[in-house]
Design a protein around this ligand. Structure first.
Ligand SMILES: *Cc1c(COP(=O)(O)O)cnc(C)c1O
Length: 431
């Protein structure tokens, strides 16, 4: 498989190159040059996520040096459960729980897969690879966990001081060793700007081999597509109908993975994207006017994105907004609706949502009855509620048990460097 830049088809890369570069040289994002066609029958006899993933990813790995390692990469990355839990409602609805990895959010899938690939690509290299990652909360922890202790690779995590939850911050700063955590005096947008500036800086690039682990990296999207393949097969085999997904969204990486899975032919029907008060995408789908704007802070902070970078890939697939508006729909959910939904479903359904997943639950509750009855719906659960106790616990009136993997991380000592939001400060640290 060849990948090329969203901005220039002639800027091509193999999968390994696309993984290592992150961004294409012209600032575009790598996309597959074509989408292989697959049918449900191609997955006959494949039940587990790893078995499904090996089949789905094979054409994307074809011809790449990593191809012979695909089965091993998948087995290493997807080593935790992915339950599909039926919801106690009269219509066919279930929850795809993506929070059973080491840092209790769906970012573990992409981060672990990328680490398994990069670890193999840097084997035998004498230069240290530096992975820069800007995070609004969950990505940084997942990437740090996935790369911690890997020889030949160093990770630098940039997060906005005071704008991540206390438990997220503990997960970002508990590592040491080959992971450096930078608490940046600025917003997530500032962190993202710094990472981009570091890549564009010729002196830095000459001195260090830099790579990115943000969701612009195709090595995070491909593994995310696998759980949509897995969940759509489960629903289709059970009901004979296409499966609809409701996806809490920010930078649109999770959505894009699902769009790709649908594009190759998996039985996926409607995609309903949920946003918090950051309305850039719902507004665009409504009137075709693309207006990126500064992000605003909400309870679903990992979705606080005003200028989602993966929009470039979505618009590459669907250049006309009417076409995109037909391919996906979107709703915006307020903080008050998030609070109310967490309370309501705790009592009514016995489900405790994280603030992000609550946007999907609220969107599901808002569906017209006929639409709700039209097919299996899968609510994508992006994080464990115990990651956000300061929001969730007062709403449900009790303490949430912490998953053991998360509890272990929270016990470790903090190691963090405070930096101003300037390239000079970042460059000095990278010397
Ligand atoms: C990252 C994240 C999201 C948003 O996902 P995108 O791929 O950026 O759209 C939603 N919920 C949680 C918990 C996240 O960590």
């Amino acid at each position: 498989m060849i990948f090329h830049s969203t901005r220039d088809k002639s800027l091509t890369a193999t999968l390994s190159q696309a993984l290592q570069r992150g961004l294409a040289p012209d600032g575009g994002l790598y996309v597959p040059a074509h989408f292989p066609a697959m049918t449900v029958a191609d997955f006959d006899g494949r039940e587990s996520l790893a078995a499904v993933a090996s089949r789905f990813l094979a054409p994307f790995f074809e011809g790449d040096p990593l191809a012979p390692e695909l089965d091993a990469i998948v087995a290493e990355a997807f080593n935790f459960p992915v339950p599909i839990v039926p919801l106690k409602t009269s219509d066919d609805a279930s929850v795809l729980e993506l929070f059973h990895g080491p840092t209790s959010a769906f970012k573990d899938f992409g981060a672990r897969f990328l680490a398994a690939c990069m670890g193999r690509l840097t084997r035998g290299s004498t230069r240290t690879l530096t992975i820069l990652v800007a995070t609004s909360g969950d990505t940084g922890g997942a990437v740090a966990a996935a790369f911690h202790g890997r020889p030949g690779i160093e990770v630098v995590v940039l997060y906005p001081r005071g704008l991540v939850s206390p438990r997220q911050e503990l997960q970002l700063t508990c590592w040491g060793g080959n992971v450096r955590s930078l608490s940046v005096a600025g917003t997530f947008d500032d962190c993202q700007r710094l990472v981009k500036a570091a890549f564009a800086d010729p002196t830095l690039a000459a001195r260090r081999e830099l790579s990115s682990a943000n969701s612009i990296n195709v090595g995070r999207l491909l593994p995310q597509a696998c759980y949509y393949v897995y969940a759509s097969l489960e629903g289709f085999r059970r009901t004979g109908k296409k499966v609809n997904f409701i996806i809490p969204s920010g930078n649109l990486g999770n959505v894009l993975a699902c769009v790709w899975a649908r594009r190759v032919g998996l039985p996926i029907g409607e995609l309903l994207l949920t946003f918090n008060a950051n309305r850039t995408v719902p507004d665009y789908l409504a009137d075709g006017d693309w207006q990126p704007r500064p992000s605003v802070a909400t309870l679903a902070s990992a979705m606080d994105v005003g200028n989602p970078s993966n929009m470039e890939r979505l618009r590459h697939l669907h250049p006309q907004w009417q076409e995109l508006a037909a391919a996906v729909s979107a709703v915006s959910i307020s903080d008050e609706q998030i609070r109310q939904r967490i309370r309501t479903d705790d009592v009514g359904l016995g489900e405790v949502w994280c603030p992000h997943t609550a946007t999907a639950a609220e969107a599901y509750a808002q569906l017209a009855p006929a639409r709700r009855a039209a097919g299996p719906w899968v609510l994508v659960s992006t994080a464990h509620p115990a990651k956000f106790p300061e929001t969730v616990e007062p709403l449900i009136g009790r303490t949430l048990p912490v998953p053991p993997a998360l509890a272990r991380l929270l016990e470790l000592p903090r190691q963090v460097t405070e930096v101003p939001a300037t390239l000079e400060a970042l460059a000095a640290l990278l010397q």
